[in-house]
Design a protein around this ligand. Structure first.
Ligand SMILES: NC(=O)c1ccc[n+]([C@@H]2O[C@H](COP(=O)([O-])OP(=O)(O)OC[C@H]3O[C@@H](n4cnc5c(N)ncnc54)[C@H](OP(=O)(O)O)[C@@H]3O)[C@@H](O)[C@H]2O)c1
Length: 332
């Protein structure tokens, strides 16, 4: 590997630009596993990486792409051999050092996960968003929310975290209510197993928020944050829980203690970035087997890495549905 192609994001005054550049091995960060990247995916954080003041990238220039799947081509670690199929995400891949939108990546072995039963394409279709969906669903299950407890709402349902959450919850027997701003996504969400599709929450964004409103949900998977999370918290039933992972609706949370102290509602924080590697590998093993999303093909679309900026723009605008799998090998 003398040189390779990469999509590089650079800061230019107040603008962030992204273009295909030729890099060499010395451009890769230190690490004991070098991976020929086959696929990456598109996550909201990748859109933020190309947004001025997006707040996720430490220093430019950087190769974005917060997750990747591929094949080991060099390894100084006894854990991985040349030819192993692997994936990686979290730990500031694509935000603190070069990520998946390049033909090669280099990482510490303790950030690498064996793909196991998943193909590289399936691993990327799940990606960071699907992994976060699995974390969220597993958190509700571990909390003791059973399918007979009542409906579970998923916000941002047409997006990456949302769509995979709908799929996983429906497969586990939950009555899923999908909350989405896209009428066009209703068919897809029903196909994934949603019992009902409703609009974004709160239903009336201009109404004065109430600390407690009529209890509707046994639990919730929320990747939107902001006023949506506040609304969900105020409508979760006694003893329910909300697995919260995101901020597409804004980072501020204006709520009261009432849901917590009068209904025993719990707010469960989801962080896929710093999760310990042992737990990460366990959850990926489940994603390849008992927890494997049933409708990966229906929620994912392929895009060549050279065309990924257009998809990132759609994600930033909240207009993209499902998961975009980024073809890196052969995609420049
Ligand atoms: N904590 C973690 O470890 C972790 C991991 C992965 C992702 N995340 C976060 O989770 C969030 C979702 O990530 P993603 O990759 O799934 O993004 P995504 O594919 O863009 O999905 C986000 C969805 O949120 C909804 N949305 C967008 N703008 C909105 C707005 N202004 N108000 C209300 N809803 C809006 C849209 O769904 P509808 O049109 O269907 O309403 C959109 O499809 C992001 O904030 C991301 O940073 C966190």
């Amino acid at each position: 590997m003398d040189s390779f192609q990469a999509l590089v994001a650079r800061q230019d005054g107040d603008r962030i630009t992204a273009s295909v550049e030729t890099l060499g091995p010395s451009d890769l960060p230190p690490g004991d596993v070098t991976i020929r990247v086959l696929f990456s995916s598109v996550n909201y954080k990748d859109a933020l990486a190309l947004t001025p003041k997006g707040g996720v990238v430490r220093d430019y220039p950087i190769v974005p792409g917060i997750d990747l799947t591929g094949e080991v081509v060099e390894s100084q670690s006894p854990e991985f051999s040349v030819g192993d199929q692997v994936l990686a995400h979290g730990y500031q891949i694509g935000t603190g050092h070069h990520g998946g939108y390049a033909e090669y990546a280099r990482l510490p072995a303790d950030q690498v996960v064996a793909l196991g039963a998943l193909s590289p394409h399936e691993g990327a279709a799940i990606g960071t968003a699907g992994f976060t969906a699995a974390m969220s669903v597993q958190a509700l299950i571990d909390w003791g929310i059973t399918p007979d407890a009542g409906p579970v709402v998923v916000t941002g349902a047409s997006g990456g975290v949302g769509s995979v959450s709908v799929d996983l919850l429906a497969a586990a027997g939950y009555q899923v209510v999908a909350s989405s701003g896209k009428q066009s996504a209703a068919g897809m969400l029903k196909d994934l197993g949603a019992a009902e599709v409703i609009g974004r929450l709160p239903a009336d964004p201009d109404a004065k928020p109430r600390p407690l409103a009529k209890a509707r949900w046994a639990g919730a998977v929320d990747c939107v944050g902001g006023a949506t999370l506040a609304d969900v918290l105020s409508t979760v039933d006694y003893g329910g829980a909300v697995a919260a992972s995101g901020l597409t609706g804004g980072p501020a949370l204006h709520t009261t203690v009432m849901p917590f102290i009068l209904r025993g509602v719990s707010l469960l924080g989801m962080d896929s970035v710093l999760m310990a590697i042992a737990r990460r590998r366990e959850l990926w093993a489940l994603l390849g087997n008992s927890l494997k999303p049933r409708h990966l093909d229906a929620v994912s679309n392929d895009v060549d890495v050279k065309d990924v900026v257009g998809v990132l723009d759609q994600l930033r605008a909240g207009s993209y549905s499902g998961r975009a799998v980024v073809r890196v090998a052969g995609g420049f």
